[in-house]
Design a protein around this ligand. Sequence first.
Ligand SMILES: *[C@@H]1O[C@H](CO)[C@@H](O)[C@H](O)[C@H]1NC(C)=O
Ligand SMILES: *[C@@H]1O[C@H](CO)[C@@H](O)[C@H](O)[C@H]1NC(C)=O
Ligand SMILES: *[C@@H]1O[C@H](CO)[C@@H](O)[C@H](O)[C@H]1NC(C)=O
Ligand SMILES: *[C@@H]1O[C@H](CO)[C@@H](O)[C@H](O)[C@H]1NC(C)=O
Ligand SMILES: *[C@@H]1O[C@H](CO)[C@@H](O)[C@H](O)[C@H]1NC(C)=O
Ligand SMILES: *[C@@H]1O[C@H](CO)[C@@H](O)[C@H](O)[C@H]1NC(C)=O
Ligand SMILES: *[C@@H]1O[C@H](CO)[C@@H](O)[C@H](O)[C@H]1NC(C)=O
Ligand SMILES: *[C@@H]1O[C@H](CO)[C@@H](O)[C@H](O)[C@H]1NC(C)=O
Ligand SMILES: *[C@@H]1O[C@H](CO)[C@@H](O)[C@H](O)[C@H]1NC(C)=O
Ligand SMILES: *[C@@H]1O[C@H](CO)[C@@H](O)[C@H](O)[C@H]1NC(C)=O
Ligand SMILES: *[C@@H]1O[C@H](CO)[C@@H](O)[C@H](O)[C@H]1NC(C)=O
Ligand SMILES: *[C@@H]1O[C@H](CO)[C@@H](O)[C@H](O)[C@H]1NC(C)=O
Length: 806
Amino acid sequence: MIVSHLTFTLVALHASLVSAATSSTGDFNILSYVNPFIGTTNGGHVFPGATLPHGMAKVGMDTNSPGNQAGYDANAAYSVTGFSQMHDSGTGGGIPLSNFKLFPLANCSSFEKCPTSIAGRQTPRKINADGTPDDFASPGYFSTNVSTDIRVELTATRRTALHRYTFPTSSAHPRIVVDISDDVPLSSTDVEGDVDPNTGRVTGGASFQVSFGPGYYRAYTCVDFQAEGYNLTGPSEYGIFTSDYQLRNTTSVDQVHYGSVDQIGALLAFLPADNNSVTTILARVGVSFISSAQACANAESEIPDFDFEGTRQAASDEWSELLGRVKVDQQGVEDEIVELFYSSLYRTHISPADYTGENPSWNSTEPYYDSLYCNWDTYRTLYPLMSLHDPERFADIVRGMIDIQKHEGKTDTGWLPECRGATKQQYIQGGSNGDPILGEFYVKFSDYASSLNVSPTDLYSALLADAEDQPPNWNLQGRQANVWKKYNYIPQDVYESGGMSTRQVSRTLEYAFGDFAISQVSNLMNMSSDSSKYTARAANYANVWNPNITVPGMDGVRGMMQPRLIDGTFNFTDPRHCSIHDPEHATCYLDAANHDGFYEASPLVYVPQDMAALIELQGGNDPFISRLDYLFDQNYFDVGDEPSQQIPFMYHYANRPGLSTQRSRQVIAQSFNTTVSGLPGNDDLGAMASYAAFYLAGMYPLPATQQLLLSSPYFPQISFFNPTFNSTTTILSKNFQGNPITGTGGYVFVKNVTINGQPWHSNCYIEWEAFKSGSLIELELTDDITVGCGETVDALPPSLSTGGYD
Ligand SMILES: *[C@@H]1O[C@H](CO)[C@@H](O)[C@H](O)[C@H]1NC(C)=O
Ligand SMILES: *[C@@H]1O[C@H](CO)[C@@H](O)[C@H](O)[C@H]1NC(C)=O
Ligand SMILES: *[C@@H]1O[C@H](CO)[C@@H](O)[C@H](O)[C@H]1NC(C)=O
Ligand SMILES: *[C@@H]1O[C@H](CO)[C@@H](O)[C@H](O)[C@H]1NC(C)=O
Ligand SMILES: *[C@@H]1O[C@H](CO)[C@@H](O)[C@H](O)[C@H]1NC(C)=O
Ligand SMILES: *[C@@H]1O[C@H](CO)[C@@H](O)[C@H](O)[C@H]1NC(C)=O
Ligand SMILES: *[C@@H]1O[C@H](CO)[C@@H](O)[C@H](O)[C@H]1NC(C)=O
Ligand SMILES: *[C@@H]1O[C@H](CO)[C@@H](O)[C@H](O)[C@H]1NC(C)=O
Ligand SMILES: *[C@@H]1O[C@H](CO)[C@@H](O)[C@H](O)[C@H]1NC(C)=O
Ligand SMILES: *[C@@H]1O[C@H](CO)[C@@H](O)[C@H](O)[C@H]1NC(C)=O
Ligand SMILES: *[C@@H]1O[C@H](CO)[C@@H](O)[C@H](O)[C@H]1NC(C)=O
Ligand SMILES: *[C@@H]1O[C@H](CO)[C@@H](O)[C@H](O)[C@H]1NC(C)=O
């Protein structure tokens, strides 16, 4: 069921639109278009299990696959190792979370002969006739059939998972393993665990290694059992195990001498249903980062009655309401495109996760969001997509970030989080990209800050702390601010303690973008001297531009971002660096051996806040366009890494929006699909998902600005309901003729735009104002790829050097 805003939000629009929208979307079950398995093999690292939007409990199936960062792999060849309670989605780095695996055993010959270790218990999956595993998922629900004939179903509330294990009738001693210590890397220390022999309640916790940073975090669980259809009076057998050794009647891990044994937990048996029918055992699993007592309290308050169907329905209703804020008309659109769109929208709401009440480091009444992992990935498209339809959540995330900034410093104030995971600071990749996230929020919602409970003063102090104060460890928070302020770029030959002297060019570009975001906020706050200061610093990207660098084999392309030394001279990094043409196959990842100045991008990168100046640096529109063409034709464009995300849309700035439309559509055709391997690399906590969603919606956002670059949606009509504005904005293509399957050609180029019936001056961008007031944006399409942005000077999207972004 869709809880729909459609009926009341369309009231304000034209009568003709209402009938078009209701006839095509009236019986449209959005959740049936969400495929949680996209990107669950082949490096996508997507989590397909059960979660609420931004839930902390993300309960899913774990497989013994390499690269199982989200626990699961869609490849049926991998066996099941357990059903664990917390995951991240789409991350690189080490394996995060995956804590507290439960595992059902139908038929061990005795308690002491049960396979409790990972190697012992891992079990093949049941495989369908077509070779796929017998797994099913939809938002808020996951199920599988294991080859032992046990059916497993999972659902979740915010901090509690509910498992339903249906055992075969032949199972005389249904048993469940509660593995407390195994997080896949087997990193745990200080394991605690107890079984209550009367009720079967298992409580426990351990310290686990952080997956993309230094140190350990501590997590706790609380597991209770009930049967469906009959009453359990406690477990029929219980005890603690270490590896494959079980000690019956023990109630605490302290009773078991385990020395260096790294697999420890509890094993319980339950009486089967007494009339030879199927035995169904429910396991309710609370989690917490505070204590096992809090894990129990979370579980008792969130799922008091073990109501599996009710919990599943509540999760599915929450997803329907959220995803239903974005409606598409699917007439003339392939089902696969509709599925790709809603699955992408779904994945932008898995993380960050709402850990409110679970922050072990300080007490606060503010929201606490974690699993940020990393802002560097998500600031470009995930938060701008949230601005369009989920501002309340966005506001809570911003409040959480500000609260972290207030508490995580040396004294009483610190820095914005960057790559937080599992309650701990993790490694910074580029700059401190909380800056453009807070900037995005304030630029879009400054008028609503107080109703959304965000303090503008606190938001601004947090931005200034990042911009001005250098933290003791700028590998984990903030920026190398002293060096930035002294040189106006990050020289390659500055060595100081507190962080890795790497990625200097990439950090220069990211710091400049961070300062741009701050300048946008100071503008709105009428802080004119700050505004001038940060606008000037936003132009610092030009300090690492060496006009004389060429690409071997391409004479016309001249000038690149390059590493620069303290004395102002340039060092040299081959422009093919980090691309598939790199003769040295250089690493551009996060390690101390990366001495070439760049991170996940080649020197052929971009400057989104001042495209007009970048075009000047490259010699004008024609060389700029040929360079973009060269990037694509020679495969320099790297769809899997975020710095490349805007590149397909950069033709807009050279007055060739048709080329952007075509390139962005080719990117979708070549790199995104609804198969289990349908992602070009890690989903990065929804960064790739939100990117694909924007391309399909026919837009690309410039974070921390009032503008959205415009192309044509893949749908005759798409509308965004914004609960804060209580308004719906619809983009409608008057003469929609479908989508070319290869992304090439077609009737897809924007020729004319009207807003609420009035001519709009640009085919290349729209203003946030249209979304605030709720508008009907009508596009006229053509098959002529040479269309321009429009006739007037302000038809081109804004750039800093051509007057800025007011
Ligand atoms: C469990 O063991 C019993 C007795 O050995 C056997 O009859 C039954 O088929 C087994 N069931 C499963 C699911 O393996
Ligand atoms: C598992 O088996 C049950 C019935 O035995 C069936 O209804 C279900 O569709 C199967 N597959 C999944 C993924 O749950
Ligand atoms: C047998 O068990 C099922 C549930 O497992 C229950 O619904 C049914 O009432 C029971 N029948 C008898 C005769 O006890
Ligand atoms: C289970 O126990 C409760 C109370 O303890 C009782 O009300 C209920 O009828 C029992 N259910 C069954 C199936 O025996
Ligand atoms: C475990 O406890 C049960 C019930 O008290 C008892 O019957 C059994 O002998 C005990 N087993 C062991 C191995 O201690
Ligand atoms: C938070 O408050 C509780 C209750 O007063 C206290 O037990 C706990 O230590 C506090 N936590 C922190 C991190 O200060
Ligand atoms: C900034 O100035 C404008 C124009 O005078 C005014 O409308 C706005 O309220 C001011 N904003 C703030 C935050 O003071
Ligand atoms: C680029 O080349 C010109 C002409 O040789 C020279 O004047 C200029 O200093 C060079 N710039 C840099 C940054 O090397
Ligand atoms: C110049 O670049 C080379 C190659 O990347 C690097 O090894 C060297 O350390 C750089 N020089 C300085 C002074 O940083
Ligand atoms: C689906 O996308 C993946 C990842 O980009 C790509 O490797 C694969 O070829 C695509 N498959 C199809 C059928 O288009
Ligand atoms: C939202 O707008 C609709 C009309 O578009 C109106 O009926 C409704 O009362 C508004 N809701 C709020 C909370 O203002
Ligand atoms: C765009 O469409 C509007 C409304 O039909 C029309 O008034 C306007 O002249 C058109 N502009 C161009 C450039 O065709």
